[in-house]
Design a protein. Structure first.
Length: 222
């Protein structure tokens, strides 16, 4: 599997593994945003933590294009030298990404990533665990709002990820993969609406109690 870097709108390029290794060694710590979408959360992390390398991963490159272009500019014009956006599926990671992260974030995932976490599919869970080094923090926030009004057809049979469901159906598979998850909880309205992502603003709009379920854990090697 090759490393494919998103460098702008509709633009990708192959990335030399040696370049990733050099970046990995340049920064003391590294965060990975899985299912980054439009990469706004990854950009936020890179801005808040200039001493971290922040990597955004998504199976689709097009949504990342705008932020990739902005990040490539000079710092005075919004450039972020510590932000790297890669096109890759979590269940088919390039080996260079193994144990790269001190922190793994999955924030309001959609599509196959959401389904994979809710149904605790081993390939998805193992992919998340593969990114994390021993002792890394793993943060997952799921969107329960899609079950409240008009549920998209693809999610009609998908179980609602309540904290109780997480404990019985999601946590065991993460534990098998080496991630110890704490008890899941609903975010408060203020916490949900304060998440630095486009989805949070859209999904939480008008809700007094947005249904965002958060899990936090730590990677432990067997």
């Amino acid at each position: 599997m090759t490393l494919t870097r998103v460098v702008g709108k509709g633009r990708t390029e192959a990335m030399d593994p040696a370049e990733l290794a050099a970046l990995r060694n340049t920064f003391a710590k590294r965060a990975v945003d899985v299912g980054t979408g439009d990469a706004r959360f990854a950009y936020h992390l890179a801005s808040e933590r200039p001493d971290w390398l922040v990597i955004g991963l998504d199976a689709l490159d097009a949504p990342m294009g705008e932020v990739a272009y902005r990040a490539s500019r000079k710092p005075a014009r919004g450039g972020r030298e510590n932000l790297l956006l890669l096109r890759t599926a979590i269940e088919a990671l390039p080996p260079e990404l193994a144990q790269i992260a001190d922190e793994v974030d999955v924030l309001l995932p959609w599509g196959a990533l959401l389904e994979g976490i809710v149904r605790a599919r081993p390939a998805i869970v193992r992919g998340i665990a593969t990114l994390a080094r021993e002792g890394a923090v793993v943060n997952l926030t799921l969107n329960g709002e899609i079950w409240l009004d008009s549920t998209p057809a693809r999610y009609e049979d998908l179980p609602l990820p309540t904290p109780g469901y997480v404990a019985t159906s999601i946590e065991p598979e993460f534990r098998r993969a080496g991630i110890e998850l704490g008890a899941a909880r609903y975010l408060t309205a203020a916490e949900a609406k304060g998440l630095p992502t486009t989805w949070a603003r859209r999904l939480g709009h008008g809700r007094s109690h947005p249904q965002f379920v958060q899990m936090n854990g730590v990677r432990r090697d067997p």
